[in-house]
Design a protein around this ligand. Structure first.
Ligand SMILES: CC(C)(COP(=O)(O)OP(=O)(O)OC[C@H]1O[C@@H](n2cnc3c(N)ncnc32)[C@H](O)[C@@H]1OP(=O)(O)O)[C@@H](O)C(=O)NCCC(=O)NCCS
Length: 109
């Protein structure tokens, strides 16, 4: 398998980590399919909240998560020292809100 997503979980709020695709397979839609499948499963099992994080300069990953409706929740400044430069970390989340009419539909927020 060229890529994988991972979940770290409690009952309803889940943390998505380790989402990655082998370099030679990137840019072929695999990362998008992995998130798509992960979110479908998240909805199926009734999750309420999915959080994730990405380094602020990871434009590809952030664009991908933005396109699924993940919202930016915060920025951890100088989170890590990489190759002699401090890097910020962006916290993001997708929240599934139950339709107030109770028809079982869930909307991403
Ligand atoms: C981030 C990652 C998982 C994306 O996987 P991928 O298979 O390359 O992504 P896809 O081909 O499905 O493209 C998904 C989106 O990424 C963005 N993208 C793809 N190639 C890009 C590029 N060269 N530059 C900028 N954005 C790009 C686009 O928004 C694209 O959306 P589209 O489907 O509308 O074109 C992959 O690049 C990766 O493993 N990176 C290293 C590990 C990593 O950064 N993981 C995320 C940690 S939070």
């Amino acid at each position: 398998m060229p890529g994988h997503p991972g979940f770290h979980s409690n009952a309803r709020a889940q943390w998505l980590y380790g989402h990655g695709v082998l370099p030679e397979y990137r840019g072929r839609g695999i990362g998008r399919k992995l998130i798509d499948a992960t979110l479908a499963e998240a909805r199926r099992i009734g999750l309420k909240r999915i959080g994730l994080s990405a380094f602020a300069d990871n434009a590809r990953a952030i664009a991908l998560y933005d396109s699924f409706g993940f919202k930016h929740e915060g920025r951890l400044r100088d989170y890590a020292l990489i190759d002699g430069k401090y890097a910020d970390f962006i916290m993001m989340s997708l929240v599934f809100r139950l339709d107030v009419k109770g028809d079982g539909g869930a909307k991403a927020a």
